[in-house]
Design a protein around this ligand. Structure first.
Ligand SMILES: Nc1ncnc2c1ncn2[C@@H]1O[C@H](COP(=O)(O)OP(=O)(O)OP(=O)(O)O)[C@@H](O)[C@H]1O
Length: 253
């Protein structure tokens, strides 16, 4: 679904992503792991359109999407999750979801005046979808809570919910497990699994929590120094000497 070919990103003299080539199979939950500074976040930022590469290209379903803006990629169904922006933290959970859908009819003031029925119908549809998403994520009882008051894990679930509002095709998840307690991590993992199996979402996950990766992801791609060092199942990766060296330094016999 996503192909990255010979991608390069330099920051001054530093090459953060260095001739990186990899594929994300359609319908997979692919992990990208690697030691700190390996270039994972920079790679994500380029795929999601937040950084322009210095070389190479990115394909989605065979189309060249290199350098397209985040909103354009969003409309193509490729989204990256973020921390909830500051301004959204003062809105309720439900409002956070209802703000997501693109091209809301109600945004056009004249249309609201000329065709109020159409606007109301769309708002109702969006609200129903938002409530459905909240039920799915078990956040429904918190729908009138301010987003800023949620726990770390609940915020991650809400972020996932925001992506569900556009029914995306590829979701880039940036460290979903960070700051999430075990109970909510279970819920988050289950939601990702179900969205993958039942809705066919493809996920690409950057994660340091190896337990979560082992449970959720295949294939696992290991990056080090801006390149792909290894790829395979978690069991294969665990046995790979180059990977151990990248994480731990020199490996003794
Ligand atoms: N905007 C930037 N300007 C300059 N250097 C940067 C910038 N962003 C990243 N780097 C550098 O690029 C390299 C790769 O960083 P990146 O954040 O992509 O790694 P990472 O694998 O995501 O690491 P981590 O697991 O610690 O988040 C690092 O050496 C980092 O210091």
């Amino acid at each position: 679904m996503i192909k990255v070919e010979h991608l390069v990103k330099r920051f001054g003299g530093l090459t953060a992503v260095d001739d990186c080539t990899l594929s994300v199979p359609a319908g997979s939950i692919t992990a990208v792991i690697g030691p700190n500074g390996a270039g994972k976040t920079t790679l994500f930022s380029m795929i999601a359109g937040f950084l322009k590469p210095n070389g190479g290209r990115i394909l989605m379903d065979g189309d060249d999407i290199t350098g397209l803006s985040p909103p354009t990629l969003f409309h193509k169904g490729l989204v990256r999750t973020f921390q909830i922006p500051h301004e959204l933290s003062r809105m309720t959970v439900l409002e956070n979801l209802m703000l997501v859908p693109p091209a809301q009819v109600g945004e056009h003031v004249w249309l609201a005046w000329l065709q109020p029925g159409r606007v109301r119908a769309q708002e109702k549809e969006i609200r129903e979808r938002a409530e459905e998403v909240l039920q799915f994520l078990d956040l429904y009882r918190l729908r009138y809570e301010l987003a800023g008051r949620l726990s770390g894990g609940q915020k991650k679930l809400l972020e996932l919910g925001r992506t569900m509002m556009i029914e995306p095709r590829v979701v880039l998840l940036d460290e979903p497990a960070a700051g999430v307690n075990r109970t909510l991590l279970g819920k988050l993992t289950e939601a990702i699994q179900r969205l993958n199996e039942e809705q066919g979402y493809t996920f690409v996950v950057i994660e340091h929590d190896m337990d979560m990766i082992a449970e959720l992801c295949s294939p696992v791609i290991v990056m080090a120094q801006g390149r792909v060092l290894a790829e395979g199942s978690m069991a294969e990766i665990r046995r790979n000497r180059d990977v151990l060296e990248a994480y731990l330094g020199v490996v003794e016999d």
